[in-house]
Design a protein around this ligand. Structure first.
Ligand SMILES: Cc1cc2nc3c(=O)[nH]c(=O)nc-3n(C[C@H](O)[C@H](O)[C@H](O)COP(=O)(O)OP(=O)(O)OC[C@H]3O[C@@H](n4cnc5c(N)ncnc54)[C@H](O)[C@@H]3O)c2cc1C
Length: 458
């Protein structure tokens, strides 16, 4: 254990998977630096889950805090690897024994219609930006992008996240109309929890009086193909059951939030008028043997003033790492050991590009245990440290010569390297006025909205 304590590991990203990895390593005697691009380490919990998930969010945030507020973990916020600090610098010049990527998937998959990108934030919005706006625009000091939801909006997607986008649109449209026509200030949490009809009933307002046509969810397959419920196993019976549940879930959502569902359509072009985005051209398709087959000469124009793309997120690429089919390139047959390096690993959404909280936690646990057992053994560390000695020798200036001498003589991560990691992280944290983890978090927690009312009439 004492020997392990000599070794510092860097973790990129402090949210679900990063905090699990950091805590497990810290409890095993390693010392950790967590680099986090935001002030708070809550990742998709803060900026991905829509803000009505109050209990889930608060529970997860508490867990992350409990994991990161640890004597063996040094938290370094507001440092984005690849922007504020180069990955190669971290790898070659800092002296970490290993680096674990837990940076999630923050790059929206590009909307697959050539030329439409010029309308980004002028009619075309991506899911990550959209949810960030929804979660934070009530804050007095919010300075991010501003969006306006349109009744005829098209949401392209098909996963659970796209249903969140659809829900946000419908809830906000109903709130706007209730205010505009009846001067009623309705609560967002209530509409989410009880559904549109129940809340309108409590005001004795029929839905049709609001004159809302409803947003359109465009999906390339059928309701039962949506990945809303995972199959228990690979058997046909389980898969059929999951498909049935997915279709049922979608139907419940449709009834509760009153949006339109347009299955079996794939966007192939956009409609532009006077330099404004005015709609999408959709190719009608069929699903044959799980494959999407276009139907000849069957297209449809769907006019709109707003398209929200919710077709998935990918890991944001970091200079110095290799990517394959938009995913982090891994060593053959191992889904956590990053290609090209002995001591770089990845956990959570950064590997899978998708998944849920539970999956990210389990992946973080399982992989970190393997990293400890198979890659952070004393032998592995020694041979890696010998390697870094050579690279240090080539890349750092004269005053580190003495450190290299020390490594040569002892064959371990020397105190001077540890001291240098401590100093560098302290410099970064001093710049931001960081004191302790709990004080920092308290200082940066955003304003939260009020709790959910107990019934729709409240
Ligand atoms: C709209 C939506 C709704 C969802 N709803 C649910 C739900 O109801 N239930 C559920 O279980 N799951 C849900 N999920 C999924 C769940 O939120 C994620 O799977 C999980 O939180 C991912 O955890 P992670 O640690 O792998 O990644 P992230 O939460 O993305 O964490 C990555 C961390 O790395 C940081 N980071 C990224 N790049 C860098 C960098 N270069 N340098 C430094 N730091 C960096 C980020 O700021 C972040 O803190 C939802 C996701 C979305 C998008």
């Amino acid at each position: 254990m004492e020997n392990h304590k000599k070794h510092y590991i860097a973790i990129i990203g402090g949210s679900i998977s990063g905090s699990v990895a950091a805590n497990l390593l810290a409890n095993s005697g390693f010392r950790i630096v967590v680099f986090e691009m935001n002030a708070l380490p809550y990742g998709k919990i803060e900026d991905g889950l829509p803000k009505w998930h109050i209990k889930l969010r608060n529970r997860q945030i508490k867990e992350i805090d409990n994991k990161l507020d640890h004597e063996n973990i040094r938290y370094v916020p507001l440092v984005k690897i690849g922007r504020d600090l180069e990955f190669n610098d971290l790898l070659n010049n800092w002296g970490f024994s290993a680096i674990i990527l837990a940076n999630g998937a923050w790059q929206d998959r590009e909307f697959p219609v050539p030329g439409i990108e010029k309308f980004r934030d002028r009619g075309l919005i991506y899911q990550n930006d959209f949810i960030f706006w929804f979660n934070h625009h009530h804050e007095a000091d919010y300075q991010g992008k501003q969006y306006e939801i349109k009744d005829n909006a098209i949401i392209v997607g098909g996963g659970l996240a796209s249903l969140d986008v659809v829900k946000i649109c419908m809830i906000e449209l109903v709130r706007d109309k209730l205010k505009e026509i009846y001067n009623i200030d309705e609560d967002m949490f209530k509409l989410e929890k009880y559904g549109i009809d129940k809340v309108l009933e409590s005001h004795k307002v029929p839905y049709k009086k609001l004159n809302i046509s409803g947003v359109n969810l465009v999906y390339r397959k059928n309701a039962e193909d949506m990945p809303l419920k995972s199959s228990k196993d690979e058997s046909k019976a389980s898969r059929d059951k999951a498909r049935m549940v997915s279709a049922k879930l979608l139907n419940n959502y449709k009834e509760k939030y009153k949006f339109n569902f347009k299955p079996l359509r794939v966007p192939i072009d956009f409609i532009e008028e006077d330099d404004k985005l005015k709609g999408l051209v959709l190719q009608k398709v069929m699903v044959y043997n799980e494959r999407i087959v276009p139907l000849e000469n069957e297209t449809e124009e769907l006019r709109t003033d707003l398209i929200v793309s919710s077709i998935g997120s990918l890991p944001e690429q970091i200079n110095g790492l290799q990517y394959e089919f938009s995913a982090l390139k891994m060593k053959k047959h191992v889904d956590y050991h990053v290609y090209g390096y002995d001591n770089v690993f990845a956990v959570g959404n950064a590997v899978t590009g998708r998944g849920n909280i539970q999956e990210s936690k389990q992946h973080g646990q399982k992989i970190t245990r393997r990293i400890i057992d198979e890659h952070l053994t004393d032998d592995a560390l020694e041979s890696w440290i010998k390697k870094i000695n050579n690279s240090l020798k080539e890349t750092v200036s004269q005053n580190v010569e003495s450190i290299i001498e020390e490594i040569r003589s002892k064959d371990i991560q020397p105190d001077k390297i540890i001291q240098s990691i401590l100093e560098k992280t302290k410099d970064l944290n001093d710049k931001n006025g960081y004191t302790t983890y709990s004080q920092w978090v308290q200082r940066h927690l955003p304003v939260r909205l009020e709790e959910i009312p107990k019934n729709p009439k409240e």
